[in-house]
Design a binder for this molecule. Structure first.
Ligand SMILES: Cc1cc2nc3c(=O)[nH]c(=O)nc-3n(C[C@H](O)[C@H](O)[C@H](O)COP(=O)(O)OP(=O)(O)OC[C@H]3O[C@@H](n4cnc5c(N)ncnc54)[C@H](O)[C@@H]3O)c2cc1C
Length: 385
């Protein structure tokens, strides 16, 4: 389908595709097997300016929109969702600074992030606060000119590898939803260490780690936005990043379809390629139709964001929900189209299927996306009365 991408968007797509083919495909299995962080690939992506696509030019980025960024995410995800998780989580960690940072904070951090000299992570989740972010226990207490941070963040993508961390901590529990604040914390700050590194089902090229704050003192200038705005920063950050998770879904689904077709065309059973059976053709047709529908939704939401739409919460949730449910279904069906071979590690679709599962879980499970969409629909219907 023709999405009428601009010349520049096509260039970004081709560049990301080239890096995916040359740098990621040859090593993705090894990264997956050994749980290895893709340092060299991130370096190559940084050299190609792919890390600063969405960062304004005044801070050293390319100053492009969400659609340009999602096109790059899609291409990287086609090759390896582990690498693309590292890449997309870097943006997730940057959004609090980009959306709410002071001009000093932007000048201090964004140029290094845009150039790929510094990686970023976003720390919201804790052992007792997953879907229910209001349950976070990490605290930040103002003492003179410093905040003292205590607590543990769990399952943080890029944890340990990132240099910059945007985190949410409780500053005044009595204030309820207004009692949390967002902060930026640099790796190497005394009292900030890393705990357990997770051994995961999929996206094993990405690292997922605990962040431990033990009387970690940060200057009060590290507060992002105003004290008490932590949950607003977190929710707006997730609104901005969720359609990007949808783009990951589109990428891995397309990657799985491409692999399944390639295999099925040359797999002979009953004296003919299995693609000659209508049952297989119908599976492929459904897989591609769903993926195209997901791509259309993700691109439409990206164009809304780039067009300056004010409330992107519902459309972003829809794009994440539909594209990631599609990714799970399509990668599972790709294994089916390939039969036993699809189940073997010699072919990349078993990894794609394992990888795809996380897309229905992180950045808000798909149950939570349905809650966001449903509640917004009801709110709208109530307003219209
Ligand atoms: C690999 C990986 C990387 C991650 N990276 C990051 C990161 O970089 N930064 C970060 O902050 N977090 C990160 N997370 C955390 C992730 O966002 C959470 O895992 C996710 O939000 C779900 O929380 P939970 O796992 O605690 O599930 P739970 O909240 O315990 O949910 C368990 C089940 O209950 C359902 N459920 C819960 N509440 C409701 C409800 N109200 N209505 C309907 N169903 C409900 C859920 O959908 C789910 O099926 C990561 C997680 C993983 C696994």
């Amino acid at each position: 389908m023709d999405y009428f991408l601009t010349e520049e968007q096509l260039m970004i797509r081709d560049l990301a595709r080239q890096i995916a083919q040359e740098k990621i495909v040859p090593v993705r299995q090894e990264l997956d097997e050994h749980n290895r962080f893709p340092h060299e690939i991130i370096k190559a992506m940084a050299q190609a300016d792919l890390l600063g696509i969405y960062i304004p030019e005044e801070y050293g980025g390319l100053g492009k929109g969400s659609l340009d960024f999602y096109i790059a995410i899609e291409e990287i995800s086609k090759a390896c969702l582990g690498v693309s998780t590292t890449y997309a989580a870097n943006a997730l960690g940057s959004y609090p600074l980009l959306l709410f940072g002071s001009s000093e904070q932007k000048k201090k951090y964004l140029p290094d992030i845009a150039a790929g000299r510094k990686l970023v992570a976003f720390g919201l989740t804790e052992a007792n606060a997953g879907s229910d972010a209001s349950g976070i226990q990490t605290t930040a207490r103002l003492e003179g000119s410093e905040y003292v941070v205590n607590g543990t963040k769990q399952w943080i993508t890029n944890g340990g590898e990132a240099d910059v961390y945007t985190i949410i901590a409780i500053t005044d529990r009595a204030k309820g939803p207004r009692g949390a604040s967002a902060f930026v914390v640099e790796k190497g700050t005394p009292g900030f260490t890393f705990g357990k590194k997770e051994n995961k089902m999929g996206i094993r090229a990405s690292c997922t780690t605990e962040l431990i704050f033990n009387d970690c003192r940060i200057p009060k200038e590290n507060l992002i936005a105003k004290q008490g705005m932590g949950f607003i920063v977190a929710m707006k950050t997730l609104d901005s990043s969720r359609a990007g998770v949808g783009a990951q879904g589109v990428g891995v689904a397309q990657g799985a379809i491409d692999e399944a077709i390639k295999f099925a065309k040359q797999r002979i059973q009953f004296g003919q390629p299995v693609t000659s059976f209508q049952a297989v053709q119908h599976m492929l047709a459904d897989m591609q139709t769903m993926t195209e529908a997901a791509r259309s939704l993700v691109y439409a939401v990206a164009r809304m964001i780039d067009g300056g739409a004010k409330d992107i919460s519902r459309p972003s949730a829809m794009a994440k929900l539909f594209a990631t449910d599609t990714a799970m279904k399509v990668t599972t069906d790709a294994v089916q189209v390939m039969g036993g071979s699809g189940y073997m590690k010699e072919y990349p679709v078993e990894k794609m299927m394992r990888d795809a599962k996380i897309l229905q879980i992180y950045e808000g499970t798909n149950q939570i996306q349905r809650n966001v969409i449903g509640l917004d629909m009801i709110k709208e219907a109530t307003r219209a009365k």
